[in-house]
Design a protein around this ligand. Structure first.
Ligand code: CA
Length: 428
């Protein structure tokens, strides 16, 4: 079998790059040496400065670049698919071998390691769903061994409104939250630092064009309203959550921080990795008509490999490799991303460009595929043994969680999402 040949980039390190080859071209917002945040495109180990290269764009592509000004991508997201595709096509020309832009390399490229990444957009609203059915079953079994899923799960994409003000880019430290918890066997709560701090492996979905309040986004149009994807860590204080969550759901157990990877991987970059939505198990209900679209069922899922790694302060001091906590996949979603958009807006709720959705924890069914410590340790019953000799049931101060995502398919260049990192620091 002959190896496929891919268009090569004059940015040599981009060719075969783990995350950011020419075929990815995610957008983000960065700053360098204290300058104002501005928009860029990841290419290999570098960032293409869109403002510095502005005169290389015209027409729809120029309109797209202009909309990325001001250090946030909301206006660009709002433009929708046409200008986004025009920008991608022009970037593919400009960064391919033979482009005249190479002569301006020093002016338009920055080494990513010298730059600071910011949130890519102003996030007005954040909603976290619960569509990882294996996670829902794994967690449900801890509380209801015979009946892990509640009766609504296979009809309604479950979600709750999260806190947008505490979403932060990868690398932001995670301050251990304080709160009320109910000690085992007690009837009165105590107050103090969370003792059961956890992470959740999720994908983030960036909303593009929104809808007017009162209107709904039809399932057949819903994919057009998605601007891109990122990694999302829904840090969770399990002891606070267990005491507060009934009857209205998670609140302070989730709102202290949510971390995301800073690069927006576009729907166009993910196109080769689309898959049919996995068939529902025998006996499951069909989605209601407002959630069912033939094209969405045929190509609305994504094959994205998801990984969670842990290092402790001691492991880093000893130069021990990170411990892989999970390897999972986005195909464990019971609902497609288009179904989430259609459901969220079906009541007339207004979505706006730059809104962020979390998918919910994307666990697989097998050990080694679980996307939270709650599942891996069965609620703190089983300890994880690390190469340093340490054990973990939940996260301790100094622990770092690293999320990664990667898409591979024969005949196509592999692309990645970069990383979503966070290190736990002591409660204040
Ligand atoms: Ca979650």
């Amino acid at each position: 079998m002959t190896q496929p040949t891919f268009t090569r980039s004059w940015v040599a390190c981009a060719n075969g790059h783990r995350d950011f080859p020419l075929q990815n071209l995610p957008l983000g917002v960065f700053s360098i040496k204290g300058s104002a945040p501005r928009s860029g495109v990841a290419i290999g180990d570098y960032i293409l400065d869109l403002h510095a290269a502005l005169d290389a764009f015209e027409g729809e592509a120029r309109r797209a670049v202009d909309a990325t000004a001001g250090g946030q991508l909301n206006a660009f997201f709002e433009l929708g698919r046409g200008p986004r595709v025009a920008l991608r096509e022009r970037l593919l020309e400009l960064l391919a071998e033979g482009s005249q832009l190479q002569a301006r390399e020093a002016e338009v490229l920055h080494l990513a390691a010298d730059c600071q990444m910011h949130l890519p957009a102003r996030i007005n609203d954040y909603t976290d769903f619960y569509v990882g059915i294996e996670h829902a079953q794994n967690v449900g079994k801890l509380f209801r061994p015979d009946n892990p899923l509640l009766p609504n799960y296979k009809y309604v994409p479950i979600g709750y409104h999260g806190r947008a003000s505490t979403i932060r880019p990868s690398g932001t430290e995670v301050r251990r939250p304080k709160g009320q918890t109910l000690p085992a066997g007690q009837t009165e709560p105590t107050f103090g630092p969370c003792a059961r701090l956890d992470y959740e492996l999720e994908l983030g979905i960036w909303i593009g064009q929104g809808n007017a309040m009162g209107d709904s986004i039809a399932i057949g149009d819903a994919a057009e309203h998605i601007a891109g994807f990122c990694l999302l860590n829904d840090w969770s204080a399990r002891d606070i959550q267990a005491w507060e969550y009934q009857p209205l759901g998670p609140f302070l157990s989730k709102s202290f921080i949510t971390s995301i990877s800073p690069w927006v991987v576009t729907a166009e970059a993910l196109e080769p990795f689309r898959k049919p939505q996995p068939a529902r198990p025998e006996g499951d209900p069909q989605p209601l008509p407002y959630l069912l679209d033939n094209r969405d069922q045929k190509a609305g899922a994504f094959d994205i490999e998801l990984e969670v790694l842990l290092t402790t302060a001691s492991m880093r001091e000893q130069n021990l490799p990170a411990h892989r906590l999970a390897l999972s996949n986005s195909l464990h979603m019971y609902w497609t991303v288009a179904q989430l958009v259609a459901h969220h807006s079906v009541n007339g709720c207004q979505l706006q460009a730059g809104d962020l959705f979390g998918t919910g924890t994307l666990s697989g069914p097998q050990p080694g595929q679980f996307g939270s410590l709650l599942e891996i340790t069965e609620g703190g019953k089983k300890a994880i043994e690390l190469a340093s000799g340490e054990v973990r049931k939940f996260l301790e101060d100094g622990d770092e969680i690293i999320l990664r995502a990667r898409c591979s398919r024969d005949g196509f260049a592999s692309i990645g999402f970069g990383e979503c990192r966070g290190t736990v620091v002591a409660a204040r």
